[in-house]
Design a protein around this ligand. Structure first.
Ligand code: NAP
Length: 242
């Protein structure tokens, strides 16, 4: 069976990606940082779909933990075919109030985390039999920026560059792409006020927020798109064309 590692798959978009990969016949390593019980629940769903699952707690911003995450995945499944760097954090703070430590923390998880996991996985991906790839989860804010989350938007812009750089570095052995979601209904966006939600919806031509499974569809497309590398696929209900 092909095997996939999905970082930050205890909740939200990562959970939907892990489930989608299981439905498509992949064994899945479910990674969490703090939500152990939720990760165990995702693993149960993967097994219910007939695939193997392993649950690995690891903070992807820590290079040693990321290396252990990849090693445990490899041990569980005997190989690794796809990595999805989905783990991410957000924080709403104006620049004047944003500490350098908080700026670094968001970059550490969102950018260094993807770098750490990809670097650790590269040898195993190169050993994979059939069209291995990495998918990074960026954001629409990579292109638009964001007033009260400059560190988050910057981290997502960096992921677009990391994607192109790694696609060049690893070709022709390993494809590397990214998906850039618009507003998706998860815990990350649950704290918006009704007024903020209304304004956000009005900016989206399709008139609604995205669902995690719609981002998983895009990740599955990139996983299977054998002639696509270095691309970032925008999935945002048309918001970016305005
Ligand atoms: P979420 O519901 O807050 O889930 C975040 C996931 O990341 C959780 O599984 C969490 O694990 C994990 N995580 C956080 N820090 C981690 C760390 N240091 N090491 C390992 N895992 C860590 O967020 P989401 O909305 O699903 O977002 C998933 C990805 O999509 C993120 O990269 C986010 O930036 C991106 N995105 C989201 C939206 C949106 O509108 N929701 C839009 C664009 C892009 P624990 O719970 O175990 O701590």
């Amino acid at each position: 069976m092909p095997a996939a590692l999905v970082t930050g798959s205890s909740r939200g978009i990562g959970r939907a990606i892990a489930t989608r990969f299981a439905r498509d016949g992949y064994d899945v390593a479910v990674n969490y940082h703090t939500s152990e019980a939720a990760a165990a629940d995702v693993a149960r769903t993967v097994r219910d779909l007939g695939q193997e699952a392993t649950v690995v707690g690891a903070d992807v911003s820590d290079p040693d933990a990321a290396a252990r995450l990849v090693a445990e995945t490899r041990t569980a499944f005997g190989g690794l075919d796809h990595v999805v760097n989905n783990a991410g954090i957000d924080q709403h703070v104006y620049t004047e109030a944003l500490s350098p430590a908080d700026f670094d923390h968001v970059m550490d998880v969102n950018v260094n985390g993807a770098f750490n996991v990809t670097k650790a996985a590269l040898t195993h991906l190169r050993d994979a039999a059939d069209d291995p790839s990495v998918t990074n989860v960026s954001s629409i804010l990579a292109y638009t920026g964001a007033a009260i989350e400059c560190h988050y938007a910057s981290s997502k812009g960096a992921l677009v560059s990391l994607t192109k750089s790694h696609a060049s570095d690893f070709a022709p052995d390993v494809r590397v792409n990214a998906v850039a979601p618009g507003h998706v209904e998860t815990d990350m966006t649950a704290d918006r006020s009704d007024a903020e939600r209304r304004q956000a919806r009005e900016r989206i031509p399709l008139g609604r927020f995205g669902r995690p499974d719609e981002i998983a569809d895009a990740v599955a497309y990139l996983r299977d798109a054998t002639f696509v590398t270095g691309e970032t696929l925008n999935v945002n209900g048309g918001e970016l064309m305005r």
